[in-house]
Design a protein around this ligand. Sequence first.
Ligand SMILES: Cc1cc2nc3c(=O)[nH]c(=O)nc-3n(C[C@H](O)[C@H](O)[C@H](O)COP(=O)(O)OP(=O)(O)OC[C@H]3O[C@@H](n4cnc5c(N)ncnc54)[C@H](O)[C@@H]3O)c2cc1C
Length: 278
Amino acid sequence: MKPASFDYLRPATVADALAALAAEGDDARVIAGGQSLMPMLNMRLVQPRLLIDFSRLEELRTLRVEAGWLSVGAAVTQAELLSRPSLRDEVPLLAAALPWVGHFQTRNRGTVCGSVAHADPSAETPLCLVATGGEVVLRNARRRRTVKAADFFLGPLTTVKAADEIVESVRFPLAAAGSGHAFREVSMRHGDFAITACAATVDGTRASLAVGGVADRPTLRFWPLAGGALPPDLDAALNAFAWDLGGDDDQHATARYRRDLVRRIGRTVLEEALSCRR
Ligand SMILES: Cc1cc2nc3c(=O)[nH]c(=O)nc-3n(C[C@H](O)[C@H](O)[C@H](O)COP(=O)(O)OP(=O)(O)OC[C@H]3O[C@@H](n4cnc5c(N)ncnc54)[C@H](O)[C@@H]3O)c2cc1C
């Protein structure tokens, strides 16, 4: 199928983009890398009247460390972030998870912020943002606001972002000294969305596990360490978490299989994160 017809705007500045978005509201869509939006347009799942192209806005091509955060602007591609030499020290979870996002061809065009704005429950970048306690910086023509990642995602392809707002940047906290991180996922083939993905962080006092692909949004749980070790009742805790996540049967996997993956991969990544604390 081919998309319904639309107008195309390549604004010179972010202010121009925001003005167009304010004028068109629900009838406009931002296009960044187009790796999710183009298929949706082709299948006519969305039929915007106007596409506003962000991909060449240099103002949004920002990637920097500021005040303890790694800030990633809306025009930064997944490949650009992955090729950052210091990423493994700054946000090790992202460095581990990004190679699982699609293929190098899709990462060359797909943006980090686009993945967050798209809010697929199986996507790795939103999972890392929730797992690390990251934030989303939203902007419209009048103001900016910052939302915690845990409050940003509402469900599949649904977030708190208003129609006239863009995701201007996302911010990942720099990894704390003494913390360990691990990521694993199971998918049908490498490059597919995860059937279940698990991201673990262990610091001096607690362990956390974020899970994607089971609930309708990435979901995080914490447990206190017991004398520097994982909790003795971890299997029971993981089992309870797996059931709390819900999850449905679909064409890729049963809910039962997903729960089993949470129990198994969850334990594996928590043990890896504990053992690789720096
Ligand atoms: C073959 C293939 C395999 C893939 N596999 C995976 C995978 O394993 N894991 C995974 O996570 N993803 C996967 N993807 C999706 C890919 O990561 C996309 O790049 C990503 O989901 C969206 O980023 P984008 O920049 O391409 O956004 P676009 O496709 O341009 O936009 C997606 C949506 O977000 C909105 N949007 C984009 N940027 C902004 C912004 N800054 N502010 C407000 N709204 C915005 C758009 O309006 C649109 O609704 C795959 C894609 C393909 C084609």
